[in-house]
Design a protein around this ligand. Structure first.
Ligand code: HEC
Length: 164
């Protein structure tokens, strides 16, 4: 093989390798690997029952959901989020959920998980079915979610407190 052809091959291979390393480092996990935030990672976390406490500490409660787009639902908070619910089980008015807060709305009728995860001061929004199929990806523009969740009375964009 001619010398310059070898060089082209080597440089080309290095470029592909670099690109694939960069890509694979970008795809799944945030700056803190404990805080994975892609749709599948969120779904896995949402299924980890031990990490959650149900709203008002009532695991059997199913709420009607007549004000939201999903229908009847259950509502649970991870430990970080639940610890912030110091106003009779709600987030005090004017306060923010801390980073790492994870709020999951479960829809028993179709196995959907609607999820909000607080990372670096803002919510990541995602909707995934329990079989892993994605209804609304965390990578999509969340304004569909936030435009409704910023309705009057919301507390840090959480709206269940208005109704339940
Ligand atoms: C048309 C309004 C509307 C839209 C759009 C909407 N939601 Fe909601 N969402 C609600 C309401 C209202 C509730 C309170 C529970 C209920 O009544 O269903 C709620 C509850 C939730 C909760 C439980 C925490 C809370 O705020 O009470 C999560 C999590 C959630 N929604 C995620 C999402 C995601 C993710 C999207 C976008 C893909 C989204 N929602 C879009 C209205 C909306």
């Amino acid at each position: 093989m001619h010398h310059s052809k070898v060089k082209v091959l080597v440089v080309g291979f290095a470029a592909v390798l670099t690109a694939s390393v960069l890509f694979s480092c970008r795809k799944d996990v945030g700056v803190n690997p404990l805080l994975a935030y892609n749709d599948k990672a969120l779904l896995d976390s949402a299924k980890n029952e031990a990490a959650f406490t149900y709203y008002k500490n009532s695991p059997s409660s199913v709420y009607s959901g007549t004000n939201g787009p999903h229908g009847a639902f259950k509502l649970k908070f991870n430990k970080i989020a639940y610890a912030a619910l110091t106003d009779n089980g709600k987030l005090p008015v004017g306060q923010q959920f801390p980073n790492g807060s994870f709020i999951v709305k479960e829809i028993p009728s179709n196995g959907l998980y609607a999820m909000m995860y607080k990372r670096e001061g803002s919510w990541i929004w995602s909707e995934v079915y329990n079989d892993g199929s994605i209804l609304y990806s965390a990578l999509q523009d969340p304004s569909v979610c936030t435009s409704c969740h910023s309705q009057s009375g919301h507390r840090d964009l959480v709206v269940s407190f208005n109704f339940y």
